[in-house]
Every structure is written in structure tokens, then in C-alpha cells.
Design a protein around this ligand. Sequence first.
Ligand code: NAD
Ligand code: GLY
Length: 358
Amino acid sequence: MDTLNVELGTRSYPILIDAGLIGRPDVFRQHLPARDVLVVSDTTVAPLYLPALTASLGPRRSVEVILPDGEAHKTLANAARVLDVLIANRFGRDCALIALGGGVVGDLTGFAAACYQRGVAFAQVPTTLLAQVDSAVGGKTAVNHPGGKNLIGAFHQPVLVVTDTRTLATLPARELRAGLAEVIKYGLICDAALFGWLEAHLDELLAGAPAALAHVIRRSCEIKAAIVGRDEREVGERALLNLGHTFGHALESATGYKEWLHGEAVGAGLAMAAAMSRECGLMTADEAARVRALLERAGLPTRIVAVTPAAVREHMGVDKKVLGGRLRLVLLRGIGDAFLTADYPAPALARTLAAHCR
Ligand code: NAD
Ligand code: GLY
């Protein structure tokens, strides 16, 4: 088993990575001793992995909430449903929640854990590539509001992340590609070697090769754990993890969260961030072309034809990186060198939106 630590003082926690971990009672006995646990999952993941997880939890009180599948269900109402079940079962502050699923289940469960009795323990058991490389690590929890994505949330770290790489065998190819967008993001932010590795090994990843997937999960978690360890509350460096997301979130909300998976919107957002960096003269044409080529090979969208540039610009205005009325963007000085700035020419943004939206 591969173990990494997210170093946050008294709130530090391990990320365990291996094939078959969900079926290992010793893992949960050792790292999650709570007597009362509430497992949250969705209607797709629960039939696949809940029986094995329940068996591994052993003889303790285990209650389940199975949510409908999909981003549209990452709502305050469903978080309230989880809280209702905790209260109905008289769970105390020493209980633990377990999120079994992708980023939707993970974000919502973490948010419910942050709220219940002012904060109880929760473990992430991520089952999508996106959740294994990104959303299960770092303690950002949230639900969506009709006015914007992730607008209601809290920082609340898990006590444990159990990444069972075998779960990726059942993940649909489209979801795997969406997760690769976040991996490409890490290479672009701070690891040119990872980006080069992805260029060389993308076909293995797309074919679901376990060793290649384990490699990118580990490297992505290392990068994210290090950044979160230095800047848990996103006062500085952590904002870099939002590379491509200001564009991506706007694309998602402008299309009503129906058209694109989160990772696909991030893929288009990465293409836009690279193109904008080129527009600003920060990145070479060759590097911008490499970014676009890798995204295209990964089967990710690099432009969005269903929305107007004006609609996307409007949705970018509610981004959490707006400071003093000015929209800050994560841009690239090159592959592996991202930075946050409010200092960019407005026409460069307008040209980027025009080139990538209808
Ligand atoms: P998701 O949770 O909707 O999962 C994608 C789909 O795959 C769902 O249909 C799910 O049922 C299915 N699925 C999950 N695991 C499976 C498996 N092993 N086999 C078969 N099907 C499986 O989406 P996601 O892409 O995992 O996460 C997206 C969410 O994560 C978004 O809400 C996004 O905002 C959030 N996110 C949060 C953070 C963070 O730091 N908290 C970071 C990135 C993304
Ligand atoms: N996915 C962005 C973050 O965790 O900060």
C-alpha cells in the first residue's frame, strides 16, 4: 500500500492508495475507529462497492444514505437529508461519515460532516479518477446553489482518504477522461516533467493501465498535498489549483451543469487559460499548441460551441477569485509555471472567449 500524508498539524491525515483497499477491514479498523458510521453514496456507486465497504466496516453501527447520481443533486436539500438521518439515528460527535463515490458525493458528505454538531469526522473513499487525484484531498466541501457552483461550503478536512484504484475498472471512459483534465492541470501548474510523462503515456492511461493510473494518482496527490499543506485556506498559492476553473465553472453554469462534466469543462478551461497566456505574450506558441494537443488526445473539449462569450464572461463574474471587483485569473508563464494575476489586458480575455465560445 502506498501512503502519503497531508501535513496540517493536528489535522494531518493519510491518503492510502492501493488496489482492493475497500475490501480491507484492517484499513478501516486502524484508521477509522468510530463506532457509529454513516456512509453516503450514490445510486450508481452503491451497488458496485457498498457491500464490500459495509463488510470491511465490521461490527459497528452503519447507516446508509444513497443519493441520486449526478451534479444536479449536490444540493443543500440533499445535505439536509444526510443531517436528518444523523439526527434521526442520534449520532453523537464521535461518529464518522464516509463518502463513497465521486466528487459530488465527497463534496456533499464533507459539507454535512462540517455542519453536523459543528464538525464531525469524515473519510473519503473516492471512486472516480477526478476524486482520487483532486476532490477527495484538501478539505474543500460544498454544495451548489442555483446562483453558482460550490457557493455554499466549508473548509473541513477528512481524517482519512482511502483510494482503491481497482474502482477505476468500472468507471466509464468519459469519466476517466474528465479526471485526466485535473491531472494535466497539475503538470501545467508546477510539474513540467509530469506534463511530459503524460504526453508519453497518455495512451496507457486512456486504456486504464493500472500502473500508469497509480503513478498519476500518487503524483497528483503529492502535488495537491504539498500545496494544501502550505496554504490550506487559499490565501495564496492554493488558488493555482484553480487553473482552468474560472473558465470551466463559468462554462458549467452557463450551460446549466447539464452539458459538460466538471472535468470536461476544466479541460476547455485549461485550453482557454493556455490560449489567454499566449495572447498575453506569456507562453510560447509551441507550448500553447502542446497543451491543446494533449487535451485533444485525451478526448477533452478545447472549445465550447453551446454558449456565447458574453454569457461566459457574465458567469465568470461570480467566481470566488473576484477581489475588489476585479476578476483574477490563473495564467501560465510556461508549462509547469502557473501564477495568479489581476493584471491582464481586458481585450486579451475578450479575444480568448471569442475564440473558444460560439
Ligand atoms: P461524480 O461524483 O458525479 O461522479 C461521476 C459519475 O461516475 C457519477 O455518475 C458516478 O455515479 C459515477 N461513478 C463514480 N465512481 C464510479 C465507479 N468506480 N464506477 C462507475 N461509475 C462511477 O463526479 P466527479 O467527476 O467525481 O466529481 C465532480 C465534482 O467534484 C464536482 O461537483 C466538482 O465541483 C467537485 N470537485 C471538488 C473539488 C474539491 O476540491 N472539493 C475538486 C474538483 C472537483
Ligand atoms: N480543486 C481546487 C482546490 O482544491 O483548491
